[in-house]
Design a protein around this ligand. Sequence first.
Ligand SMILES: CC/C=C\C/C=C\C/C=C\C/C=C/C(=O)SCCNC(=O)CCNC(=O)[C@H](O)C(C)(C)COP(=O)(O)OP(=O)(O)OC[C@H]1O[C@@H](n2cnc3c(N)ncnc32)[C@H](O)[C@@H]1OP(=O)(O)O
Ligand code: FAD
Length: 645
Amino acid sequence: MDGVVDHLADERNKAQFDVEEMKIVWAGSRHVFELSDRIARLVASDPVFRKDNRATLSRKDLFKNTLRKAAHAWKRIIELRLSEEEASKLRFYVDEAAFTDLHWGMFVPAIKGQATEEQQQKWLPLAYKMQIIGCYAQTELGHGSNVQGLETTATFDPQTDEFDIHSPTLTSSKWWPGGLGKVSTHAVVYARLITDGQEHGVHGFIVQLRSLDDHLPLPGITIGDIGMKFGNGAYNTMDNGVTRNGKCVRSNVPRQLIYGTMVFVRQTIVSDASCALSRAVCIATRYSAVRRQFGSQNGGVETQVIDYKTQQNRLFPLLAAAYAFRFVGEWLKWLYTDVTQRLQANDFSTLPEAHACTAGLKSLTTTFTADAIEECRKLCGGHGYLCSSGLPELFAVYVPACTYEGDNVVLLLQVARFLMKTVSQLGSEKKPVGTTAYMGRVEHLMQCRCSVQKAEDWLNPNTILEAFEARTARMSVAVAQKLAQFANPEEGFLELSPNLVEASVAHCQLIVVSKFIEKLQQDIPGKGVKELLGMLCNIYALNILHKHLGDFLSTGSITPKQGSLANDQLRSLYSQVRPNAIALVDAFNYTDHYLGSVLGRYDGNVYPKLYEEAWKDPLNDSVVPDGYHEYIRPLLKNQLRNARL
Ligand SMILES: CC/C=C\C/C=C\C/C=C\C/C=C/C(=O)SCCNC(=O)CCNC(=O)[C@H](O)C(C)(C)COP(=O)(O)OP(=O)(O)OC[C@H]1O[C@@H](n2cnc3c(N)ncnc32)[C@H](O)[C@@H]1OP(=O)(O)O
Ligand SMILES: Cc1cc2nc3c(=O)[nH]c(=O)nc-3n(C[C@H](O)[C@H](O)[C@H](O)COP(=O)(O)OP(=O)(O)OC[C@H]3O[C@@H](n4cnc5c(N)ncnc54)[C@H](O)[C@@H]3O)c2cc1C
C-alpha cells in the first residue's frame, strides 16, 4: 500500500484480534498461507491473466482467451517447476472456468480412483504431462441425476478384444461434460457394460475422442459445444460438450467405486463454497464500510451502511458462514482421505457416511453460497449490479454448482435415505457412529428441554448443540414414523420427500455447527483470534436457529421465548463483530486481481475507480454511438416533422 491512501485504514485500526494469525487459520496452515500468497501475487502481476475484459468479449474471443491463459499457465508451471500443490493454486487464482478444471479435477481423479494399475500406468503419465486432455462424460441429454438410466452402451467384442461404445438414441448423446465440446482428446465415458448379451450396469471407460495430430474427432464420433450458458462471460469460458460415439478402447472398474469420483469432487466443492462465499462477503463488507447513506447531522458525515443493524443482520451471518464452510470443508477433506485409505484396505464400512456427508454438505453449502452471492449484490445497492462489482459474474459462474455434481435436492434425498436407515437401526446391535452418533442418544433427545433462560445462555456450545441435535432427531423420527405407515416404502419416500429433505437439511446444518465447535476446541494461537471465531460460530448457529425457527418450535426443541432470546443474543454479537468486520475479510488475503471488484478494493478507493472503469466500456469508445445515423437521427427528424403537423 506504499504511497496509496487507504480509505479503510480507520476500520483496520479498530480490529481487536491478530489478523496475521487469522490468515493462517483461514489458510489451514502457515505453509498453505505462504504458498497461496506467493502464487496469488504471481498471477496478479502477470498481464496475460487479466480478467477485467471478460464481460465485453464475444464468446469466440472469450473462449480463445481462455485457451491462451490455460496454455500460459501451463508454460509458467513448467518454467517455474511448480509442485502439484502450487500448480493447482495457480489455476485457482487464474480464476477462469476452463477445460483444465475437468482435466485435473475429474479426469485424472477418475483414472486414479477407478482404473486398474495397468491402466493408470498407461494413462496417468500422459495426463500429467498434458499430452492428452481429458474430461468426465457421464451426463446425457436424457439423463443426468439418474445415473442408472444412462443409455450409452459399451459392448465387449471378444473377437477384437475391444469395447464398442454406442449412443443408440438422441437422448443418449453425452451432453454437458466440461471440456468435451472443443478441447478434450480423451474422456472417461460412463456406459452400460454388455458382455455376452448380458448387462452389468454403468461403468467408466477411457475413450479417445480426437486425433492427437489434427484434433479432428475420430471416425464415428460427432462432437460440438452445447451453446451459450447463463450470464455474459461467466461460465461461457468453458466448452461444455455433446458427443455421439462410435467405437472404442478399454475397460476398468472395481464395481463399488463407480461413483467414487463424484464423492471426491463433491468434497472439493464444499471447500470451493467457502472461497466463493468469502469472496462475495469480502466485496460486500468493504463496500458497506465505504458507502454512506443518511444520518448526517449539521452537515457532518453520513452513516456508513455497515452500521445499520439490518445490513449487519444480512451480512454478518454470511461472513460467519464463510468461516463455518471453511472448517467443515477441512473436516470433509479429512473424512475423504480416511475413507480412501480404508477402501484401499477393502474396508467399505465408512463409505455410506462419506457419501451422505459429501452429498449433503455439497448441497447445503452450494445452495447457501449461491443465495448469499445474490444477497451480497443487493447489499451493495445499485453498484452491485455493475459487472465491475465482480458480483454478477461470480453469481453466474457459481450458481450451476447447485446443479452439477448432483442436483441439490437429489443429493439431499440420498442423505435422507441414510438418515432413515440410521433411524430404522436404532435399538439394534448396530450403533450409530460418526456424524450420526447423536442418534444414539435419541431417547434423551426426544424429551430433553432447552435450558436457556437469558440471552447469554445461548453462548454455551453444549446448549446450541443439544438444540440442533434435538431438532434433527425429532424431525427424523417423525418422518420415519410417517414412512412406517406406508405399505410400500418407496411410495412413502416419494410422498414424504419434502419432509425428508427438511430433515436432511437439519442434519447437515448440525454437522456444520458441530465441526465449527470442534474447531474451537483446538489450540488456536493469536490475540483475540479464538474469541472472534467463537462469535462467528455463535452467529452462524443462532442465525440458522432464527431462520428455521419453525422447525425448532414445532419439534418443541426450544420455546418461543428462547427463540426470541436467541435473536437478542444475535444483535449483541453483531455489535461485537462490527469493529472487526474489515479485518475478518482481510484475513481471506485476497488480492484485488482475484477479487475482481471495484467495490471490494483493498484500499476502499471505490468512487474514482468506478468512474474510471465506466469509461473503459466499449460503448464509450465514441461520443456519438454507432447506429445514431441509422436509427436515432431519423427518429428525431420524424418527431420534428410530426410536431410541426
Ligand atoms: C477440484 C475440482 C475441480 C473441478 C470440478 C468442479 C467443478 C467443475 C464444474 C463442473 C463439473 C461437473 C461435473 C458433473 O456434474 S459430473 C456428473 C455428476 N452427476 C451426478 O452427480 C449425478 C447425480 N446422481 C447420482 O449420484 C446417483 O445417480 C444417485 C446417487 C442420485 C442415485 O444412484 P442410484 O440410482 O444408483 O441409486 P440408489 O439406489 O439411490 O443408490 C444405490 C446405493 O449406492 C449408494 N450410493 C449412491 N451414490 C453413491 C456415491 N457417490 N458413493 C457411494 N455410495 C453411493 C446409495 O447410498 C445406495 O446405497 P444403499 O442404500 O446402501 O443401497
Ligand atoms: C455448468 C455445468 C457443468 C456440468 N459439467 C458436467 C461434466 O463435466 N460432466 C458430466 O457428466 N455432467 C456435467 N454436468 C451435468 C450435471 O451433472 C447434471 O446436469 C446434474 O447432475 C443434474 O442432472 P439433470 O440435468 O439430469 O437434472 P434433472 O434430474 O433432470 O433435474 C431436473 C429437476 O428434477 C428434480 N428431480 C430429479 N430427480 C428427482 C427425484 N428423484 N426426486 C425429486 N426431484 C427430482 C431436480 O431436483 C430438478 O429440480 C454439468 C452441468 C452443468 C450445469
